[in-house]
Design a protein around this ligand. Structure first.
Ligand code: SF4
Length: 273
C-alpha cells in the first residue's frame, strides 16, 4: 500500500502553533468554586490523574500515589496467545525480524550495528510506533531503550500496562545517521516490514509517537494539526501524540500527551465492552 512521505522533520513539533495553542488552553485553570458538586468531583479526579502522570514522568514525586494498575489478560490480549492464529503471527514476525537483520533495501543498512525490529508482546491490544532507532537502540537491537525509552516505559506504566505487555516498533528498523528523521525513501523501503508487522499484531489501537510515525501511518490531516486527532490505519484507530524524546526536551507538553493517552484508554475500554 502506498505510504505518505514526511515532508516536515519531527523537530518541527517545536514550532507547531496548534500544539502551543492547545497546551495553553489545557493549562487554563478552571474556576472550580462555581461548579456543581459532580463536576467538581470530576475536576478533582482529573487533577489526581494528572498528578500521577506527572509523577510517572519524573516530576517532583507524590509518595504513596498508586502507579498504574497491572493490565488484565484481556487488556494485553493474553487469551490470543493460545490461539493458532497467534502462533502463525508469531512465526511470521520472527521471519520478518530475521529478514530485517539482513536487509539491504535502503542505505540505512550501511551504518547499522543491529537492526531494531520490536520489543514487547505481539499478543496485545496496544501498539506504539516510533520513528527509528537511536544510538542505544542500534547497539542493543531493541527499540526505546535509551532515555526516551525509559520515559516511554513510565508513560506505559501510567496507563496501567506492563512495559512487556505492549508492542513497540519503529517506522525504520535501522538507525538514521545522527538520529535524523528517516528519509521518505527509507520509510517506504521499510514499510516492507512495518505493514506486515502491524497486520500480524493487529492491535485495537496504535499510538503514533511523533509526526514521522503519524505521517507514515497516514494520520496527519491536511489541516496540518495532527497531535491528539484520531486517525485510522487499515481499520485500526491511531492516536498521534508527541514522541518521548520531544517530551524530554519540552516537558511542558506532558499534559497534552497524557490527555491523548487517556483518550486511548477510553477507546480501549469501549472496545473491551
Ligand atoms: S531501514 Fe528497513 S529497509 Fe532500510 S535497510 Fe534497515 S530494515 Fe532494510
Amino acid at each position: 500500500m502506498p505510504v505518505t512521505y514526511p515532508k516536515t522533520p519531527v523537530r518541527s513539533e517545536l514550532n507547531d502553533p496548534s500544539a502551543a495553542k492547545s497546551t495553553k488552553q489545557a493549562y487554563t485553570r478552571p474556576d472550580v468554586a462555581n461548579r456543581p458538586d459532580d463536576e467538581l468531583a470530576s475536576v478533582v479526579a482529573s487533577a489526581q490523574e494528572l498528578l500521577r502522570w506527572e509523577d510517572a514522568l519524573g516530576g517532583s514525586g507524590f509518595p504513596g500515589v498508586e502507579r498504574g494498575r497491572a493490565a488484565s489478560p484481556s487488556e494485553t490480549g493474553g487469551d490470543a496467545a493460545a490461539s493458532e492464529g497467534a502462533q502463525v503471527s508469531h512465526t511470521h514476525l520472527q521471519m520478518l525480524a530475521s529478514e530485517a537483520a539482513e536487509c539491504t533495501r535502503c542505505e540505512l543498512h550501511r551504518s547499522r550495528t543491529k537492526s531494531v525490529f520490536a520489543r514487547g508482546t505481539p499478543d496485545t491490544n496496544l501498539v506504539f510506533v516510533g520513528e527509528g532507532p537511536g544510538f542505544h537502540e542500534d547497539q542493543q537491537g531493541l527499540p526505546f531503550v535509551g532515555r526516551a525509552g525509559q520515559l516511554l516505559d513510565r508513560m506505559i506504566a501510567a496507563m496501567g500496562y506492563d512495559r512487556e505487555g505492549v508492542y513497540i516498533c519503529n517506522v525504520v528498523k535501522c538507525r538514521p545517521p545522527e538520529n535524523r528523521t528517516p528519509l521518505p525513501t527509507e520509510a517506504v523501503a521499510c514499510a516492507h516490514f512495518l505493514v506486515p508487522q502491524l497486520e500480524a499484531v493487529s492491535p485495537k489501537v496504535i499510538v503514533a509517537l511523533g509526526r514521522c510515525a503519524a505521517e507514515n501511518l497516514r494520520c496527519v490531516p491536511p489541516s496540518g494539526k495532527w497531535r491528539g486527532i484520531w486517525g485510522e490505519w487499515r481499520g485500526i484507530p491511531v492516536m498521534p501524540t508527541y514522541h518521548p524524546a520531544f517530551l524530554l526536551r519540552s516537558p511542558q507538553f506532558k499534559k497534552p500527551v497524557w490527555e491523548d493517552l487517556q483518550e486511548v484508554l477510553r477507546k480501549l475500554n469501549r472496545e473491551e465492552r
